[in-house]
Design a binder for this molecule. Structure first.
Ligand code: NCD
Length: 322
């Protein structure tokens, strides 16, 4: 998997302009985003937060891969900050007729869009767009290939902080298809930046990342070993769309060997929480009773997604002149 060129994510004054990766974000920068996100968190059933901070800002959601939670929460986050938001169906737009991504972006820029929220299966598209847009424009990743999903990393960190306290006190196991997961990569980056006490990756050999990745993580091939004593169990979907399946057992067999069941979860700390970015394959990587059980914080992750995206949108576009 070839590395992708990094892009400067900050403006000359140091403020955040783009968010494509968490890789170069410092602890304080992350903490500030999480604090701001926490400010926007509301219990389900309460009235959602509303602000005019992004009044006059126009945001485009360009999703070239399926999405439910990320797309809807970016849209809600924009609206709750008073921005104008347009969802552009990338498959239906001119890109399908051969127009390059940049031509689409330049067209939208001419229509006064200020922020592009992009999900794409092609590594490097986000940095490419960011390198070419006008200086006032920001580019935010909503998931880039197997590489990066920064707002998911932030919402995962926020969820752990809310339920378990500081990341620095946690032993965290990331479990499943790590090799193909952008969620795992962004999680690793943010947990490292926040000084997690211990990081583990647990996966069948064929789904393990290369040794040069996830440096410093303990590696386990069984959940029985990998979950022993952990505080956080972060499950992942098998990303079937990203590889030709050969060595990976399907459905029932995967569940029998690598699925999170009550018996396997019992190996973790009794107060451990269970996370999953969704979409979930119940009965494949996770048992339904665990997904819906008392240790699951999966629904809290979804709620936190809107708060985190509000904090990020505000950080990149909150100072934009009307
Ligand atoms: C994930 C994604 O698209 O990376 N979903 C999400 O954004 N919450 C995880 C997945 O597709 O398995």
């Amino acid at each position: 998997m070839k590395p992708v060129a990094m892009i400067e994510q900050r403006r000359p004054d140091g403020s955040l302009r783009h968010l494509i990766t968490l890789e170069d974000l410092g602890r304080q920068e992350i903490e500030a985003l999480l604090e701001r996100a926490q400010y926007y968190v509301r219990e389900v059933g309460q009235r959602p937060p509303a602000s005019e901070r992004l009044k006059g800002v126009t945001i485009a959601n360009l999703f070239a891969e399926p999405s439910t939670r990320t797309r809807v929460s970016f849209e809600l986050a924009a609206r709750r900050l008073g921005a104008e938001v347009v969802n552009i169906e990338v498959q239906l737009s001119s890109r399908a007729k051969g127009e390059t991504m940049l031509d689409t972006i330049f067209t939208l820029q001419s229509l006064h869009f200020d922020v592009f929220v992009i999900r794409d299966a092609e590594p490097g598209v986000l940095a490419h767009v960011a390198a070419h847009v006008a200086p006032h424009v920001s580019v935010l990743s909503a998931g880039e290939a197997h590489l990066s999903h920064p707002t998911q990393g932030l919402l995962d960190a926020l969820t752990i902080r809310q339920h378990k306290g500081p990341i620095a006190a946690q032993s965290i196991a990331i479990v499943g298809d790590i090799r193909h997961s952008r969620v795992a990569r962004s999680a690793y980056q943010i947990f490292r930046a926040l000084g997690a006490r211990q990081l583990r990756i647990v996966a069948p050999v064929a789904l393990m990342p290369e040794p040069r990745e996830f440096v410093g993580c303990l590696r386990f091939e069984t959940l029985e070993e990998g979950l022993a004593g952990v505080d956080v169990v972060m499950m992942l979907r098998v990303q079937k769309e990203r590889f030709a399946q050969t060595e990976i057992p399907d459905g029932d067999e995967y569940f029998a060997r690598y699925g999170l069941t009550a018996a396997r979860l019992a190996r973790a700390s009794p107060a451990a929480i269970v996370m999953h970015p969704q979409p979930m394959n119940r009965g494949v990587e996770i048992a339904s009773d665990i997904a819906d059980g008392p240790q699951s914080v999966i629904r809290a992750q979804v709620s936190n997604g809107v708060a985190v995206r509000m904090a990020v949108l505000e950080a990149v576009a909150g100072g934009m002149s009307a």
